[in-house]
Design a protein around this ligand. Structure first.
Ligand code: BTN
Length: 273
């Protein structure tokens, strides 16, 4: 299931180490999941800054164990290992990483506007472009390691997605109307992720809060909130707080700050994407 590769996008692993200024880069022509590979590496002591990239994933994963459609040569499937000294608020990591990924995607595909759907989705033109999957191992309240996985649809066209995703998914090529480089996207993404997660805050500062608010796709949208073990609530999303919680105003009752859950809108109804 896991096939190591000597190169990716025409560059050898040694060239990519130089290009991305790090000593540990692992390439796969096919991996089960770059997050799974990165977690194994992290458990066996791999350095912070280690990058895992796959051309295809046989068992790409999204949040809530959903499948991440990862055909060969079509998307960016990348995971980064970090070992931060402190993680005062883990809820912020997907948001900060998502912000970094949105900035990287926009720089690579000029003219494309990338929004964020709380808590971990990248959205373009009301469709899902990509997502972030953060996994961690904790000991005594401190993280031993973090794996930040980013999946971005790059070269996929509508027909390349499974039927049930065709009306809700998009890619950078489709949005830009031209072929976007996966290598340039990885070049832009890696420093954005590292900068976003360099010193992890407990609360979002004004600048980050504003940057996220400017891209908040859910803002003022009617949606249905689903929380584990709770009934569904209809209402309106009203922004993201400094603690990373989604502010949700139910049709009846007072506003709630949602830390864990998901929201579905009329636009993105597919349950598994
Ligand atoms: C989501 O939308 O739920 C998150 C999707 C994250 C997919 C990426 S692809 C690279 C990394 N490896 C995985 O198996 N998942 C993440």
């Amino acid at each position: 299931m896991n096939h190591v590769a000597a190169d990716w996008e025409g560059h050898s692993v040694e060239e990519l180490k130089d290009r991305w200024r790090r000593s540990h880069v692992y390439l796969y022509s096919q991996a089960d999941s770059t997050n799974t590979r990165a977690k194994h590496l992290a458990r066996s002591g791999s350095m912070p800054g280690t990058i895992v990239v796959a051309d295809a994933q046989a068992a790409g994963r999204g949040i809530a164990n959903r499948r991440w459609h990862s055909p060969a040569g079509s998307g960016l499937y990348l995971s980064l290992i970090l070992r931060p000294a402190r993680v005062p608020n883990a809820r912020l990591i997907p948001l900060l990483a998502g912000l970094g990924a949105a900035r990287a995607a926009e720089r690579t595909a000029a003219g494309v506007r990338v929004e964020l759907k709380w808590p971990n989705d990248l959205i373009v033109n009301d469709r899902k472009l990509g997502g972030v999957l953060v996994e961690a191992s904790w000991a005594a309240e401190a993280p031993v390691w973090l794996v930040i996985g980013v999946g971005i649809n790059v070269h996929l066209q509508t027909a390349d997605f499974p039927n049930e995703l065709q009306s809700v998914a998009t890619s950078l090529d489709a949005a830009a109307g031209r072929r976007v480089s996966r290598l340039a996207l990885a070049d832009a993404l890696i420093p954005e992720l590292e900068a976003a997660c360099d010193v992890l805050p407990e609360r979002l500062d004004e600048q980050r809060l504003q940057r996220i608010a400017q891209r908040d796709w859910l803002q003022n949208r009617r949606c249905v909130l689903e929380r584990p073990g709770d009934e569904r609530l209809s209402g309106v999303a009203a922004g993201i707080g400094p603690d990373g919680a989604l502010v949700f105003i139910p049709d009846t009752g007072p506003p709630v700050a949602v830390s864990v859950g998901r929201v579905r809108t009329d636009h993105l109804l597919t349950p598994d994407y």
